[in-house]
Design a protein around this ligand. Sequence first.
Ligand code: NAD
Length: 251
Amino acid sequence: MQQDILKAAILITKSRFTTAYTGAGISVESGIPPFRGENGLWSKYDPQILDLDYFYKNPLKSWKVIKEIFYDYFGQAKPNKAHLALAEMERRNLIARTITQNIDYLHQEAGSRIVYEFHGNCQTLYCLSCCTKYKALEISLEHLPPTCRCGGILKPGFVFFGEDIPQLPLLAAYEAASLSEVFLIIGTTGEVMPANQIPFMAKSNGATIIEVNTKESNYTDKITDIFLKGKAAGVMEKLSSALFSATLDND
Ligand code: NAD
């Protein structure tokens, strides 16, 4: 493992453009469970609450669960060592872009600045009738579903099943996949379309793929060059200390 950490650190140090690409696994050690797997959210909740058609027809039912998971629960979470390591790597020009499938805003809270949220985030709500945007913190969730000044129902700013990916992160992800010399995948199964295609695009454009995960993903056998097996916080702590001493050695 330590050999692989060093190899990864050297590749990142030499790379002129490195992209971090993260999924639910990076936030597990912040207390947010992933969707899939044994203790995943879908073992407790029905995924249809995040289906756009279902939400339109049953906003109250959806909102009761959405509030519990994404506002009461996610709202308490703090960035962990993996988020903090990526933010510091960005500060030291070792990461050019962070593309995340997560909606928890923890990369920004850790200090990362160039973050493209492929699936939006929880921080905004918008009106399904007049499209007015609100900061989630400004809206009381005491009475559900929350409504706009115009009376329309508010929807969270993250992407539901059946909803299009926002254009900006989509284009930014394609650009990053074409420019990356190293692509660092952290904590994703690679099952969610179309986000899961981005690492394949990076690989076919010549990027070296480094992957951090507790277990093999859809990428591991197909495109991963260096697999750093383990929990994101511990692995990223080791990688960043190897990197920062390597960066200092090069100074
Ligand atoms: P997923 O739930 O499908 O898979 C999580 C992955 O993380 C798995 O590969 C698992 O092995 C790995 N993992 C679990 N614990 C880990 C740890 N401590 N360190 C490193 N890896 C770990 O998640 P996904 O592939 O990101 O896709 C699911 C979708 O779920 C995403 O589109 C995202 O929008 C959404 N989601 C987001 C959050 C969040 O914002 N934190 C949480 C749950 C789901």
